[in-house]
Design a protein around this ligand. Structure first.
Ligand code: PLP
Length: 467
């Protein structure tokens, strides 16, 4: 189950005024372990401490808003995938959060890395990720990006259209390269997630259709090319997925395609990539499966389909992004204003405005993503009140958390921490309203270190070269 709601229209409100799935917390000071970086605690002063670093100290040293990434949490989740899928290759999806240091962590933990653009390639390589462990994605790679990938020796290029196959071949001819490729296919799976992050249904921009026949044609085309090494099929069905049923359908359809390819060519495809999309807990209502259970389910499905189609087991890979960096990150904001708004039926809602908003986390505005939050600088014995955490931008939709219970005494100067902010927050940040982007700091053993510094107004002014 995912918990994404559009303006409360899908689920009726519960008696407390919030959505049905939202429970009134028994203890507002408690930290639900599935939401926070491992080892996050409140210290004896009531402050939230991430990787040994009290968030009050982080805020004082680095300012707010700030993203804190627990290095050991990131690494432990990377290791968990390696352990759960020992014979598979794990590609960390760099779009979720990419800095040179993050690329180094991924490389040191034995992961590869997925990139989509020149910028992501450059950062990944600068962080020490070997080019051979990069996968280049994207539905509109430029000639420059393709050329750069070939020159650097990027390990695999995931092709997404016939235009791109032709473009890639030309680049190989021009530069005297060969390219190892996978064909991104659409399996027709309707992943149970928001439309904008479901990527395998037919009517969207990614991939080549299995049912329409383009996928098989593209595979045969790559196979017969003297410039391309065809590794296999690539399927990514979407993001923030909790049940393995969608993957089961994707595995069946990609394996059937692999068997059709064998019929057409007499050759078996050596590899299969099943993409990313493993869901994480953003609220206490989310219940992600343990990575080991996902792995066991995948192994069983692969075995089953190999037997059904009489195929040898391909070399397998997956591409988790959010599941590695999401829970490792916490965003910290300072409260600027608190406003009580009267609702119908004698109820009211508390609007808590913080010093960031849709420019540092667009997901709630973009696809109604849910988050949770906790008071970070102290505990409180005040009663829980239904609150809405909003930003400082000039949009009514500038909402960070639509519905959350926070203590009734939250006030100006308090710190609000939002778990699950490691993925797709800083990486999707904008300068809307000319707000400089917040810094990303890593935390380990009580020490913090900046990996992306805060943008300054000078940075913004420097870009403005007109008069
Ligand atoms: C976004 C993406 C991923 C990672 O998705 P997560 O939800 O972060 O795991 C993996 N593969 C591809 C092709 C993607 O586009």
């Amino acid at each position: 189950m995912t918990h994404m709601h559009i303006a409360g229209s899908i689920h009726a409100d519960a008696a407390h005024g919030g959505p049905q799935w939202l429970e009134v917390p028994r203890d507002l000071n408690a930290l639900d372990p599935k939401l926070w970086p491992r080892g996050t605690v409140r210290d004896d002063q009531g402050r939230i401490v991430v990787a040994g670093a009290p968030l009050t100290d982080v805020a004082r040293e680095h300012g707010t808003p700030v993203y804190v990434i627990d290095e050991e949490d990131f690494r432990s989740r990377a290791r968990e995938f390696r352990t759960a899928f020992p014979t598979w290759d794990i590609y960390y999806a760099g779009k979720a959060l990419l800095t040179r240091r993050v690329a180094r962590w991924a490389a040191e933990e034995g992961l590869g890395l997925d990139v989509t653009t020149m910028g992501e390639m450059r950062i990944a390589l600068a962080g020490g990720m070997p080019a051979a462990r990069l996968g280049l994605h994207g539905n509109n790679k430029s000639d420059e990006e393709i050329r750069f990938a070939l020159e650097q020796g990027v390990g695999r290029i995931i092709v997404d259209s016939f235009d791109e196959i032709a473009r890639l071949e030309r680049a190989c001819v021009d530069g005297g390269h060969r390219a190892r490729v996978m064909v991104r296919v659409t399996t027709g799976v309707e992943a149970h997630t928001h439309e904008y992050i479901a990527t395998a249904h037919e009517d969207q921009k990614f991939g080549m259709s299995i049912t329409g026949g383009q996928a098989l044609t593209a595979l045969v085309r790559c196979h017969s090319s003297q410039y391309l090494d065809l590794a296999g099929i690539h399927s990514h069905i979407g993001s923030q997925i909790f049940d393995t049923h969608g993957f089961e359908v994707a595995i069946r359809r990609t394996m059937r395609l692999a068997s059709q390819f064998r019929t057409a060519t007499g050759v078996e495809l050596p590899e299969l990539d099943l993409g990313g999309g493993f869901g994480i807990a953003y609220t206490s209502a989310d219940t992600p499966e343990p990575t080991g259970d996902i792995a066991a389910a995948f192994e069983e499905m692969i075995d089953h389909e190999c037997r059904a189609f009489g195929l040898q087991r391909p070399h397998l890979s997956i591409e988790p992004g959010r599941a590695i960096c999401g829970p490792a990150g916490v965003a910290v904001y300072e409260v600027g204003t608190v406003k009580v708004v009267d609702l119908e039926g004698g109820r009211s809602r508390v609007y808590i405005s913080v010093d960031g908003g849709m420019s540092d986390n667009i997901r709630p505005a973009l696809y109604a993503a849910e988050y949770s939050a906790a008071l970070a600088n102290r505990t409180s014995d005040a009663e829980p009140v239904l609150s809405r955490v909003v930003g400082k931008h000039c949009e009514g939709g500038d909402i960070l958390i639509r519905d959350v219970f926070l203590p009734a005494d939250v006030t100006i100067g308090d710190l609000i921490a939002v778990p699950g902010s490691g993925a797709y927050a800083r990486s999707m940040a904008s300068n809307y309203n000319q707000i400089p982007k917040p810094p990303v700091v890593s935390a380990k053993d009580g020490a913090t270190s900046v990996m992306l510094r805060r943008e300054t107004l000078d940075d913004l002014m420097r870009l403005d070269v007109g008069e």
